[in-house]
Design a protein around this ligand. Sequence first.
Ligand code: TRP
Length: 448
Amino acid sequence: MGVSRGGFSSRMGFILAAAGSAVGLGNIWGFPTQTASNGGAAFVLVYLVLAFCLAYPAFMAELLIGRYGQANAVSSMQKMSRTLWQKRFAFIVGFGGIICAALILSFYGIIAGWMMSYAIEPVMRLANMDNAGKWLIEQSLSRNLLFTSLFMLLTIFIIRRGVEQGIEKWSKRLMPMLIGLLILLIIYVFTLEGSREGFKAYLNPDISRVFEPDLLISALGQAFFSLSLGTSVMVIYGSYISKKENLVSLGAQVTLIDVSIAFLAGLLIIPAMYVAQAQGVAIFADDGSLISGPNLVFDVLPTLFNGMGLVGLFVAFGFFVLMSIAALTSSISMLEGPVSFVVERHNVKREKATVLIGCFILLLSAIIILNFELLFGLVISASTVYGQPLIAMLCCVFVGWIWQRSEVLAEIKEGNNEVENSLFWKIWPWYTKFVCPSAIGLVFWHSL
Ligand code: TRP
């Protein structure tokens, strides 16, 4: 299987692809909204600490499983197992992750579709097609079905081409665009009245809130979602990395990019909210908290853009294109999890597997759209609040308790000969064995 399954052709290719998976709506939408609803800078501070202290070690565990196994999540974990029970456990964890990725994609595609329709709306207005523009930003079955399908088609189009020609090539194109657009928008917002106050709210932590349990839990959940943990995705990406690479530093770089982009997104959105306020838009709810959730991106920001006149059309277009790109580099990773499983375990051709699974997930999305009130929130919480943390925890258990320590060391040593004497090797094994599973377990238990 080795050669034919493909892999990333370069370090940079992997970094951009994994960062592409990690950086998504979770960073540009989720992180700022969570920051807004959890007291601003205190949340940012806690998030930074948890991302590096808990999410990064768990992320390393998943990358290592994949690179060791050189296969999809199920086969990789089964390769580490010695007894029949361990193999069964491996199947449950690996397959659970794949199902979780598919479920996440089924709702993620819907939200990404909204981002695309909001990106096209300013173009319609520029072309004086106001009715079409209105249809694009109003909830309707036809719009949701059309744009979710379009987004899924894009995702399928990229994943059909495989790792190097699909994932890597498109991540290399889209990620720099995303970062460039983000910085341009921040600079622009910085010049507007009211942004100063937003910067203050974002950067000046109220230390007394740092230990609030709800804040801690939201921050940890956000960190896990953001690094795409517990969904087999980082296992499969890990399996495409060459044995010559130093995983410890690659993982750290991806975490750093992910966290930095979330931080930058906050630097855009929180000040933008205060600019909106300076223009008369209500940004505080009745109870005095900042408005967050869907309203923020789909109401507050568009109102802000509308207030800018003609420039606003371009800014709105830039912003929603940014959102769509971020969503696309993530959705391709979600589809890759199930596709690699079917290709490797059931000997199906990649093109065929991609189209079949993509259409199946699109069908799930359509079912959600048709039963929106009932299913949308349910699928989100089943997959992200319960599924992801649980599976991420089991991956840590796997690495900490089932995989033999000597084998773990041998795998980390590939491409990183000195690791045995490093701080990483002194702390990390112990960390994945005890600290990560208990911390994740605690959050999980609390969310029940
Ligand atoms: N990390 C992405 C974000 O922040 C979401 C994501 C991408 C994801 N791939 C995933 C989440 C796989 C779970 C599983 O938006």
